[in-house]
Design a protein around this ligand. Structure first.
Ligand code: NAI
Length: 434
């Protein structure tokens, strides 16, 4: 099958490369010329484990190409995926659909023959209907269907998630569109991956409901962690104790500094707005959004408390800036609240992140100094704070760390150390809910 992927970002690039690996002929199109030039040179613009080999392998095999020319890429395609960004719209919290609609107009002008236009971006319920109206307006004669196929991959494990998903969700109103989608995902059918066909509005809502549910789970355990701290209970044991109940499940019950990233914050907020618009408010999700926003800022107080009530004039080493490990994505990362919060209280921040520092330099205050590694960041610091649980921080040489620090204070916002062990090594150790 011939596939055009509009948007070569975290989702478009991974999806395009995986579809090519399935044997389809794929062109990834992006308006960002620098990104396309880099991809054509064999350079991968994002950090995602395994993506380099997958992209370049398929590029050399002639199944994957990159272009800024949407007309050329879309002409003759059986399926055109829209995988452009849907960030929060300034002012009202709804999803900004301007990129999706712009892509729809471009596709309408360029498509030839029967084309399935697929929204892979996370889009509010009713967007596929609007895409259909746009395409119909531009091409009254066009032979096309619009389908919804939300993406559930996680950054950091994106390729495996795409190739071995728990399920694929397709919203389509016409059998001939479902047939094209079945052919595209045929290798997954053979693996017995459930492919759930629904109507388009249901498919669109499944994506938001899934993200909101996961965000709720995280926020729930974060509040239980606070209660554990006040009562002397241990949140990790509570997580295990409830997670072993099959009805609850073990995943997404790790207490931490609050969820961030390119999806949960914007998607929970967009769901809240959609629900308000349809006069069916989702009060639970409204609360989750509020609690999580407050929580990130509360982490600043946690560090201040650990430092004896003030960080004024103190140096804080921050380890981990990206919203999670194994990605360079800084969008809505908790560090974007915590680091400026510490600086506002008078701290000097020395930071390290294995992949995120390049992007962080554009987003964090200019006064942050960036270091080569965790020990360099800790040199002469009054405390070290782990914000993101990269593997390189999981087995630090605690004696070396202690020697680097002015005072041995470790604030572990991801619970990756054993409190007893760290205390034995002579640290003041503060973690979450233990
Ligand atoms: P991104 O920002 O990494 O990539 C979007 C790309 O689209 C950019 O390279 C941009 O230049 C390009 N673009 C924008 N308008 C265009 C146009 N008219 N024509 C061609 N290219 C255009 O965004 P990301 O993270 O890949 O997200 C895309 C969508 O997928 C969003 O709706 C997001 O919510 C959703 N999603 C993201 C996941 C993630 O982990 N990042 C996971 C699941 C869904």
């Amino acid at each position: 099958m011939k596939v055009a992927m509009i948007g070569a970002g975290y989702v478009g690039l991974v999806s395009g490369a995986c579809f090519a690996d399935f044997g389809h002929q794929v062109v990834c199109i992006d308006t960002n010329a620098a990104k396309i030039e880099a991809l054509n040179r064999g350079e991968i613009p994002i950090y995602e484990p395994g993506l380099d080999v997958l992209v370049n392998g398929n590029r050399f095999a002639g199944r994957l190409s990159f272009s800024t020319d949407i007309a050329e890429g879309v002409a003759g395609a059986d399926a055109v995926f829209i995988a452009v960004g849907t960030p929060t719209r300034r002012g009202d919290g709804h999803a900004d659909l301007s990129y999706v609609y712009a892509a729809a107009e471009d596709i309408a002008r360029a498509m030839t023959g029967y084309t399935v236009i697929v929204t892979k971006s996370t889009v509010p319920v009713g967007t596929a209907d609007e895409v259909e109206r746009i395409v119909r307006r531009v091409r009254p004669d066009g032979d096309f269907s619009v389908a919804s196929n939300p993406e559930f991959l996680r950054e950091g494990a994106a390729i495996d998630d795409f190739k071995r998903p728990d399920r694929v969700v397709v919203g389509a109103e016409e059998e001939r569109a479902r047939e094209v989608m079945r052919k595209l995902y045929r290798p997954l059918y053979l693996n017995e991956t459930p492919i759930l066909f629904t109507n388009r509005r249901t498919s669109e809502l499944i994506k938001y409901a899934a993200n909101a549910f996961l965000a709720t789970k995280i926020t729930f355990i974060n509040e239980i962690a606070d209660l554990c701290e006040k009562t002397g209970a241990n949140v990790q044991d509570v997580s295990r104790g409830i997670g072993l109940d099959g009805r609850i499940g073990k995943k997404f019950l790790h207490a931490g500094p609050g969820y961030g990233g390119s999806c949960f914050p914007k998607d929970t907020l967009a769901l809240v707005r959609t629900a308000q618009q349809f006069d069916a408010p989702v009060h639970i999700v409204e609360t989750v959004v509020e609690v999580n926003t407050r929580r990130k800022l509360k982490m600043v107080d946690k560090v201040i408390d650990a430092c004896g009530g003030s960080v004024e004039g103190k140096t804080i080493a921050v380890l981990g800036l990206t919203f999670k490990p194994e990605t360079d994505d800084m969008r809505d990362a908790p560090s974007l609240d915590i680091v400026p919060g510490l600086i506002a209280k008078g701290a000097n921040v020395r930071a390290h992140d294995p992949q995120g520092m390049k992007e962080a330099k554009h987003l964090l205050p200019e006064t942050v100094s960036y270091c080569d590694g965790p020990y360099a960041a800790s040199q002469g610091a009054d405390a070290v704070v782990i914000i993101t649980e990269w593997n390189v921080y999981r087995a630090l040489d605690l004696q070396r760390l202690k020697q680097s620090l002015k005072t041995p204070i470790l604030v572990d916002l991801r619970n990756i150390y054993d409190p007893a062990e760290v205390a034995r090594q002579g640290f003041t150790y503060v973690s979450i809910g233990r």
